[in-house]
Design a protein around this ligand. Structure first.
Ligand code: UT7
Length: 328
C-alpha cells in the first residue's frame, strides 16, 4: 500500500472591498507613496469596514476552499483558524467559522502565532492526517489587522492589510503532499512586535485605551534582520529534510511582510526572483492570511501546477517562524 501524506485538496481566499492606498495614507500620517513603495513594496491594502470582522472573511475563504476540494462542511474533522485579530476573545474564531459554514462534525480552534500561524496550522494537522487520527482539516489564516493598527504610528499603519485564505487539507498519496514542515518560536523577542493591552497582564481600562496600549507596536528595523535570518535558515533546513535543493523548487511563497524581506530571503537562499511570489503591492502584509491568499492566487493563475515542489516560509510576532515543503 502506498504511503499517505497530508496534502492540499482545495483553497480559497477573500478580502474586504475597501482599499486604502498610499495616497490615502499620505492624508492620515506623515508619509509618502515614495517612502512606502521603496521601503516596503506596498501600494495599497484592503481594509475592513466597521461592521466587517475576521470570521466573515475566514468563512468566505473556507467555503470557496471546500467547494474546490469537492467536500461538504460536514466532512471536516477540525477547523484550525490562525489569527491574531480574532472576532472576540471567546469563543475562538475557529468555532465561529464552524457555525457559519455548518461544519457540525468538526472541532474549531484558533492558533495564535501571528504571521506564522498558517504554517503552524499546517504543521499541526499534517501529523493528524498522516497518522489517520483525522481525515479532513480546514486550515485558515484570517485577519482584520487594520482594527489593531494605530493610524498615528507611521511605522505600522502603512504595512498592514486585511484578508483571509483557507486550505482543505486531507490524505493524498506520496510523493504528493507535505514532505517536511517545522515551526519555531522565541518569546524573548516579545517586544519587537506586540499589543500589550487588553490581556490579563494589562487589563483593559480607560487609561490603557487612551494610551493606545491595545494597538500593535513594532520595532520594525530589529525584526527585519531576525525575519530574514530565521526564514532563510528554516527554509534551507526543510528543503534538506525533504531531500531537495532550491533548484528543485518551482515557487517560493514567503509571508508577505515587506518586499525587501522577501528579496533578502530569496537572495540568501539563492532563489531567482522569478521563482518567488509576491502580491504585497496590492494586499500589504495580511499576517497569517498572506501565505494562503498567495497560494490560492498561484493555484488559480496556474503558477502552481500538479507535481510542483513549493516552499512556504513565514515569520511573525512572538517571534515565530516556520517553513513547509509541499509537492502538489
Ligand atoms: O509580518 C511580520 C512582522 N513584521 C515585519 O517583519 C516587518 C519588518 N520590518 C519592516 O518591514 C521595516 O522595518 C519597516 C517597513 C517597518 C520600516 O522600514 P525601515 O527601512 O526599517 O525603516 P526604519 O524603521 O529604520 O526607519 C527609517 C526612517 C526613520 O526616520 P529617521 O529616524 O531616519 O529620521 C523613520 O521615522 O524612516 C522613518 N519612517 C517613515 N517615513 C515615512 C518610518 N516609517 C515611515 C513612513 N513614512 N511610513
Amino acid at each position: 500500500m502506498s504511503e499517505i501524506n497530508a496534502g492540499i485538496l482545495g483553497m480559497g481566499h477573500a478580502y474586504p472591498d475597501g482599499v486604502l492606498t498610499n495616497a490615502d495614507l499620505e492624508k492620515i500620517v506623515e508619509t509618502s507613496d515614495e517612502w512606502i513603495t521603496s521601503r516596503t513594496g506596498i501600494k495599497q491594502r484592503h481594509k475592513a469596514k466597521e461592521n466587517e470582522y475576521t470570521s466573515m472573511f475566514g468563512t468566505a475563504a473556507a467555503k470557496q476552499a471546500l467547494e474546490r476540494a469537492g467536500l461538504e462542511p460536514t466532512d471536516i474533522d477540525i477547523i484550525v483558524c490562525a489569527t491574531t485579530t480574532p472576532d472576540q476573545i471567546m469563543p475562538s474564531t475557529g468555532a465561529l467559522i464552524q457555525a457559519q459554514i455548518g461544519a457540525t462534525n468538526a472541532a474549531g480552534m484558533d492558533i495564535f502565532a501571528a504571521c506564522s500561524g498558517f504554517i503552524y496550522g499546517l504543521t499541526m494537522v499534517e501529523s493528524m492526517i498522516r497518522t489517520g487520527q483525522i481525515k479532513y482539516a480546514l486550515v485558515i489564516g484570517a485577519e482584520v489587522l487594520t482594527k489593531y493598527v494605530d493610524y498615528t504610528d507611521r511605522g505600522t499603519c502603512v504595512i498592514f492589510g486585511d484578508g483571509a485564505g483557507a486550505a482543505v487539507v486531507g490524505p493524498v498519496e506520496a510523493p504528493k503532499g507535505i514532505l517536511a514542515t517545522k515551526i519555531r518560536s522565541d518569546g524573548r523577542y516579545e517586544e519587537q512586535l506586540y499589543a500589550p493591552g487588553g490581556g490579563t497582564k494589562m487589563g483593559t481600562t480607560h487609561q490603557t485605551i487612551d494610551d493606545g496600549q491595545h494597538f500593535f507596536k513594532m520595532k520594525g528595523n530589529e525584526l527585519f534582520k531576525v525575519a530574514v535570518r530565521s526564514m532563510a535558515e528554516i527554509s534551507a533546513e526543510m528543503l534538506a529534510k525533504a531531500g531537495y535543493t532550491v533548484d528543485d523548487v518551482a515557487i517560493v511563497i514567503p509571508h508577505q511582510a515587506n518586499q525587501r524581506i522577501t528579496d533578502a530571503v530569496a537572495s540568501r537562499l539563492g532563489v531567482p526572483d522569478e521563482k518567488v511570489y509576491s502580491n504585497i503591492a496590492e494586499l500589504g502584509n495580511t499576517s497569517s492570511a498572506s501565505i494562503p491568499i498567495a497560494m490560492d492566487e498561484c493555484i488559480q493563475s496556474g503558477r502552481i501546477k500538479e507535481g510542483d515542489l513549493v516552499l512556504l516560509t513565514a515569520f511573525g510576532g512572538g517571534v515565530t517562524w516556520g517553513a513547509t515543503v509541499i509537492r502538489f
